[in-house]
Ligand binder design. Structure first.
Ligand code: ATP
Ligand code: MG
Length: 318
């Protein structure tokens, strides 16, 4: 067996929506694949197929060689999943939630107790263990949900947007816990809308948009697609965005990213910085930042799709 997760040409439609439009991807054993995409891209749908919660219309998926359609019961025993929305029982305590999961897996009673204690400790929930989850903060629920996904010591773990809604400190803590799991040999498929998160945690990144994987590679390979470097311009007054855009079109091909920054592929290298400064000055646009830098994954997304990840997300919810 070559890969821990193999997905071939998955299609899933809802009426006229092609939630999955031929998704193909692989995760080698012990590695981390980041499935990166905006709202509605098909991330959750992919995870639901891989965790036996949803039947695809066509295509094939195996986890550790087990076909998701042919042997779902056996598959569920070797995987762990933490969904996009924490699936913990509000009326139970933190510890009771973990014990419940252990019982569902038919683990021996002593093993359940040991495992629950260990996980509560690992996720810094020991002190809150005897409180009902209804009173937990969002971050505590996320951690408990992740702990619950690990009760059965899964070899392959699926995390659907594990850090969405967490504050920066909690996100950093959770990243460290996830890195520990991977160091211990767990194979991980992680979905995220955060370019920074995929960059930090994933060995390889599959960029997904409207049900299709539109690019795949290491973070560096994806950044190379944008070219060596980009020039970034931030108008001092956000209202100047359109005028800056028009002015910069004389020297390059600017796209508007998140927060009103304008980004151009630096085809002429550092010379473009000088040219950009000149045309902006001529147009009377004051700028607060002008820089040449290595592309971020957000730039990659802009280049591949013509829109920023956050921009697509905003359109979906609008
Ligand atoms: N049960 C459903 N019924 C109808 N349409 C659905 C259903 N589930 C998903 N979709 C549609 O399929 C597409 C993919 O949805 P999916 O939940 O996989 O996206 P996602 O990448 O997880 O997005 P998000 O970042 O918002 O969680 C969307 O257009 C969504 O509206
Ligand atoms: Mg989702």
């Amino acid at each position: 067996m070559e890969h821990a997760v193999e997905v071939e040409d998955l299609v899933k439609t809802y009426g006229s929506t092609r939630a999955l439009d031929g998704v193909t991807l692989q995760v080698p054993e012990g590695r981390v694949l980041g499935l990166l995409g905006p709202n509605g891209a098909g991330k959750t749908t992919t995870v639901r197929v891989l965790t036996t919660l949803l039947r695809p219309d066509s295509g094939r998926a195996t986890v550790l060689g087990i076909d998701v359609l042919k042997d779902p019961d056996r598959l569920r025993r070797v995987i762990g999943v933490a969904g996009q929305y924490a699936a913990v029982d509000e009326l139970l305590t933190g510890r009771e939630n973990l014990v419940l999961v252990g019982r569902l897996y038919h683990l021996p009673r002593a093993e359940i107790t040991r495992r629950a204690d260990e996980l509560l400790e690992r996720f810094e929930l020991t002190e809150a263990a005897s409180r009902v989850v209804g009173g937990y903060s969002g971050g505590m629920r996320r951690r408990l949900d992740l702990a619950a996904s690990l009760v059965n010591r899964p070899r392959v773990l699926f995390l659907d947007e594990p850090t969405t809604g967490l504050d920066p400190r909690s996100r950093l803590r959770l990243w460290e816990v996830i890195e520990d799991l991977v160091r211990d040999g767990t194979t991980l498929l992680l979905t995220t809308q955060y370019l920074e998160e995929a960059d930090r945690l994933a060995d390889r990144i599959a960029v997904i948009d409207t049900g299709k994987v539109i690019a795949e590679g290491t973070s560096d390979e994806l950044k190379d697609k944008v070219g060596g470097s980009v020039v970034v311009v931030r108008p001092a007054d956000p209202a100047d965005g359109e005028r800056a855009m028009v002015a910069l079109q004389a020297v390059g091909d600017p796209v508007r990213g998140t927060g009103g920054d304008l980004t151009m592929q630096a085809t002429t290298g550092v010379a473009l910085v000088t040219e950009a400064a000149r045309v902006l000055e001529e147009a009377g646009v004051a700028i607060s930042e002008l820089a040449l830098r290595r592309p971020t994954l957000d730039d990659v997304f802009l280049t591949l799709t013509g829109h920023g990840a956050e921009q697509a997300a905003a359109e979906e919810t609008a």
